[in-house]
Ligand binder design. Sequence first.
Ligand code: 5AD
Ligand code: SF4
Length: 449
Amino acid sequence: MKQVYLDTFGCQMNVADTDRMELILFHSGYQRTLEKEDADLILVNTCSIREKAEQKTFSLFGGLKPLKTANPDLILGLTGCLGQQEGKKLLQRMPYLDFVMGPDQVEGIAQAVDQVRNTGKPFVWTGFDQEKIYSIPELAGDLPKSPGPSAFVNIIKGCDKFCTFCIVPFTRGREKSREPEELFDEVRHLVNRGAKEIILLGQNVNSYGKRGLKNPMPFHELLYGVAEIPGVERLRFTTSHPNDFTRETIRAYRDLDILMNHLHLPVQSGNNQVLKAMRRDHTIEEYKGLLAELKSEVPDMSLSTDIIVGFPGETDEAFEDTMKFMEEVGYSSSYMFAYSPRPGTPANELPDSVPDETKKRRLQEVISLQHKQSEKLGQSFLGKNVEVLIEGRSSKPDYIYKGRNPQYWNVNIQGEEGTIKVGDTVTVQVENITGHSLNGTTRCGAGVQ
Ligand code: 5AD
Ligand code: SF4
């Protein structure tokens, strides 16, 4: 078999796209290698959400150039959001590239590779086919690898929100949902191959079913549908936009035992003026109202969020509002970013940019606040038993396995080697906390289900 080396930057959607390309290429006679030097084909699935991700891509390609010089038969492809965004500029900047593809062309990866082999000419393949339905057909036959205990399932792609800072609506196009039957089939298929937890995936999952389906179907109905599939032990979804989050979805948390009590609900800022300039289309009071409703139905719900600091026009007071809001909510974890101007987005044209030094300082402040809060929240688990789905080996010295509890905390587990295995759900007594990890012991397979 020929060898393909795959590298991925960015979000979970990109990881899922890379997995898809691996599967399609496997059916065309490629197997994945972890050594660039052994590869006949190298694909880098890129991200353009912040400038840093772009810089990392360029430096990675700088390192790949000598491989191509030494072996002209090696095929080098750049896929993903940077490909969609920059197109042929990338071929000009990196003439040793064989092709550039956007995220909407994932299904065509084998054709792209054939085209290079047949013509030897570099090309760009980007854009969106508005008419095409969003389908990820199952490929019959062998798989390159089994799913892990926790498996992602893409339910919707694209985003129609156009937050002013964000490149995603331009790189991933308009929202399109996959047919529920296709999703249910994929979930059955994953569960039959060992998956226990299903994480429904999309840029804005709560908008599921509005566009692209034969018959519109609201997101909460999909949740109830997946929950009925035998073998699904845990269900999660990500990412959510507050404006599409419905009362029915809150009820689903209450009704469905397998829907885990964790919600990732990006707020981005705690200040109304900044939220307006970001075009988030809700106020902080509305967001709080949603959380209050959620907590009244599901008291032990844990929350995580995304925060951007240093958005144009963010004053010291506005930043303090974000700090206060984070304290008030008590997120279990946050993804925190310094605003990165993206060419082509409306925020890029806004005045009053915040100096880099200020952005850096504010970022450090939110990070250390979040750290303290995670530690504090973690303490509430001390001495308690938590249910953990074992996902793999722990990288923490003296701990054997790692997994997640329902509230999506990492859990490192001590225990006797051989008494538990990946995919089991075990009860772990929490003994100490480090950052966003709970560490504890399970005794001789006690609690193994
Ligand atoms: N700068 C900084 N962070 C950004 N995000 C999206 N665009 C930008 C940007 N231009 C963050 C948002 C979003 C997460 C996926 O990435 O917080 O929710
Ligand atoms: Fe970007 Fe906003 Fe869409 Fe999220 S909701 S992907 S931040 S445009």
